[in-house]
Design a protein around this ligand. Structure first.
Ligand SMILES: C[C@H](O)[C@H](O)[C@H]1CNC2=NC(N)=NC(=O)C2=N1
Length: 116
């Protein structure tokens, strides 16, 4: 069992390009650039944006896996890659799916804003 920075948790395994492509089918509005996936969600205002960020804490902590976040008033950009593994792993897609669900709990999730 690989340990390292994650302690007893096994180091996540890098996904093949086929596996990445398959996972992206379920995240079709997210962007894939090299070994990083990203999405910008646009909310009504700053308060809603920060409430969304706070809803990310639980799933990120549960996965011990955290998005890089950029907050610009009402827009939150998430970037995900597995730093410990140097690329994309299942953890990135798990947190991305949780983030999508957290955009509108109980309702239909938001779609990523058009990339500039
Ligand atoms: C010890 C701690 O669990 C590790 O450093 C985690 C923290 N969150 C992380 N988040 C991301 N995106 N990649 C990592 O490799 C990572 N490692």
């Amino acid at each position: 069992m690989a340990t390292g920075a994650r302690g007893a948790i096994a180091l996540p395994v890098l996904l093949s390009s086929d596996e990445i492509a398959r996972q992206m089918q379920d995240l079709s509005d997210w962007a894939l650039a090299g070994q990083e996936i990203s999405c910008t969600y646009s909310f009504g205002n700053f308060v809603e944006a920060i409430a969304f960020v706070n809803r990310l804490v639980e799933p990120a902590e549960a996965a011990a896996h955290h998005p890089d976040l950029t907050i610009a008033y009402n827009r939150v950009t998430l970037r995900l890659t597995t730093h410990d593994a140097g690329g994309l792993t299942n953890l990135d897609f798990r947190v991305a799916q949780a983030a999508r669900a957290a955009t509108n709990p109980g309702g239909s999730p938001l779609t990523c804003a058009a990339m500039e």
